[in-house]
Ligand binder design. Structure first.
Ligand SMILES: [Cu+2]
Length: 118
C-alpha cells in the first residue's frame, strides 16, 4: 500500500466514523437495535449503475468497466478497473456487454458486489 492510498484510506475511515457519530446523535433516544451491524448496502442502498465491460480478468477477480456516474460513490463517468466481490459474477459476461452493476468502496477498494447484463 503506497502513501497516497494509505492517506486516502485513513481519510475515508475518518469520514465513515464521523458519519456514524452523526447518525448516532441524530437518532439519540430512538431504538437503533434493528440497525445494529448493518452496512448502508444491507440497509437498502443497491444503486445500479450502467456501464460497458472493457476488460475481464476472472482469474484475478477484476473487471474493467466504462461506467456512467456512480451516485452512491459520487464518482463521475469514467473507464476503470474494479475488484469483484466474487469472480463467479463475471462468468456469463464478455467484453463489450452492456451491464448494470452495484459498486461499493469498503476500505478504499472499489468493489463490484452485483452485476448483470442489461
Ligand atoms: Cu470510476
Amino acid at each position: 500500500m503506497n502513501y497516497k492510498t494509505l492517506t486516502l484510506t485513513l481519510l475515508l475511515g475518518l469520514g465513515a466514523m464521523q458519519a456514524q457519530a452523526e447518525m448516532t446523535m441524530n437518532h439519540e433516544g430512538h431504538d437503533m437495535s434493528q440497525m445494529e451491524g448493518m452496512t448502508m448496502a444491507e440497509a437498502g442502498d443497491m444503486t445500479m449503475t450502467r456501464g460497458i465491460i472493457t476488460r475481464l480478468d476472472e482469474a484475478n477477480g477484476k473487471v474493467g468497466i466504462r461506467h456512467e456516474a456512480i451516485a452512491n460513490l459520487k464518482m463521475p463517468p469514467m473507464t476503470m478497473v474494479f475488484r469483484v466481490a466474487d469472480p463467479a459474477l463475471l462468468k456469463d459476461l464478455k467484453v463489450g456487454d452492456a451491464v448494470r452493476f452495484h459498486a461499493e468502496n469498503p476500505a478504499g477498494k472499489l468493489t463490484v458486489t452485483a452485476i448483470q447484463r442489461g
